[in-house]
Design a protein around this ligand. Structure first.
Ligand code: HEC
Ligand code: HEC
Ligand code: HEC
Ligand code: HEC
Ligand code: HEC
Length: 176
């Protein structure tokens, strides 16, 4: 699948981008869609229901404070709450079926930069204290997985925010 080959509008956003442009970029990514339909996630996961029930972002994306990858949750974590049915949703039942078969929910990572780019969640979340929404938009409102594969970050987006925060990253800090 061709995730990175799209002629991206994002590359033409000027470097002087601030938060406003960042949101514009995320919005535009949704509309322009970068052409590609997202691979289907194994479960029609609903962020809004979980967050409104008090489950924290960090409960499921356990890496954000300590490592580069935020990580996507294993089925064991889901089963911690879904051993017994909480709803009559067929999707919820499927979570138990997958776990009982000793399988994993193979989530597809949709949000990503190019493979040669180094990005650390720890640095941005634990050190810089940036809210998730600054880069990912309002995930707590998402009722289903994104229906488009999208590449959120062009160099202009990274550097636009760095200029705003007076961060001087070298080429090699990001390109490895
Ligand atoms: C900390 C507890 C907790 C964890 C962990 C958890 N859930 Fe849930 N889940 C809930 C609660 C609470 C509800 C909402 C019940 C309700 O609507 O009354 C729910 C509802 C659901 C539903 C049905 C509601 C719907 O319409 O989507 C599905 C499917 C589901 N969860 C999947 C998952 C998956 C997949 C995971 C693992 C990635 C997971 N859950 C992890 C607590 C949890
Ligand atoms: C109960 C577990 C759970 C909670 C709580 C949760 N997430 Fe998620 N998150 C998931 C699962 C499962 C996926 C993959 C399916 C999807 O995209 O909906 C995901 C996907 C994502 C993605 C897209 C990753 C990708 O590229 O596929 C982002 C960004 C994200 N979550 C951010 C957040 C933020 C921010 C919060 C808190 C406001 C949060 N999540 C709360 C389980 C959770
Ligand atoms: C400064 C911007 C920024 C912030 C703040 C941020 N992220 Fe991310 N996130 C990214 C980028 C860039 C990627 C793609 C990284 C890659 O390709 O490895 C990503 C990928 C992800 C993914 C999917 C891949 C993975 O790393 O496992 C999840 C889940 C995620 N972020 C959750 C979160 C959550 C939850 C928070 C808040 C606690 C958060 N992010 C804060 C920029 C950010
Ligand atoms: C919303 C704002 C924001 C965005 C978007 C953002 N960053 Fe950052 N970044 C920061 C801040 C603030 C710091 C300083 C953290 C600290 O105090 O160490 C930082 C630090 C860094 C550092 C460490 C710099 C050093 O001096 O060692 C790297 C590397 C980095 N970011 C890479 C990236 C990449 C790659 C992207 C795009 C995929 C990105 N950042 C997007 C705000 C952002
Ligand atoms: C804050 C992180 C960051 C810094 C600093 C940075 N880059 Fe990038 N660069 C990126 C990202 C992210 C991309 C987009 C990769 C992709 O998705 O293809 C990129 C893409 C590129 C590309 C590919 C063409 C394009 O525009 O997509 C070149 C060439 C490049 N960078 C060179 C440089 C040089 C030279 C420097 C130092 C003067 C530099 N970069 C500094 C993050 C950074």
């Amino acid at each position: 699948m061709k995730l990175f080959g799209s002629p991206s509008l994002l590359n033409h956003i000027p470097y002087a981008a601030g938060g406003f442009v960042l949101f514009f970029v995320l919005g535009a990514a949704g509309f322009v869609g970068l052409q590609h339909t997202a691979p289907k996630q194994p479960i029609a996961f609903n962020h809004a229901k979980h967050v409104s029930n008090g489950v924290a972002c960090t409960d499921c994306h356990a890496g954000v404070q300590t490592q580069a990858k935020a990580t996507l949750p294993s089925v064991d974590l889901c089963i911690g709450c879904h051993q017994v049915a909480l709803t009559n949703s067929a999707e919820e039942e499927r979570v138990r079926t997958v776990a009982a078969a000793g399988q994993e929910l193979n989530w597809v990572q949709l949000t990503q930069t190019a493979p040669h780019i180094f990005f650390s969640h720890r640095r941005h979340v634990a050190v810089a204290h940036l809210p998730c929404a600054e880069c990912h938009g309002p995930m707590e409102q998402a009722t289903k997985p994104p229906d488009r594969a999208f590449r959120v970050f062009s160099m202009a987006t990274c550097i636009g925010c760095h200029q705003q925060h007076r961060v001087n990253a070298d080429c090699n800090d990001c390109h490895r």
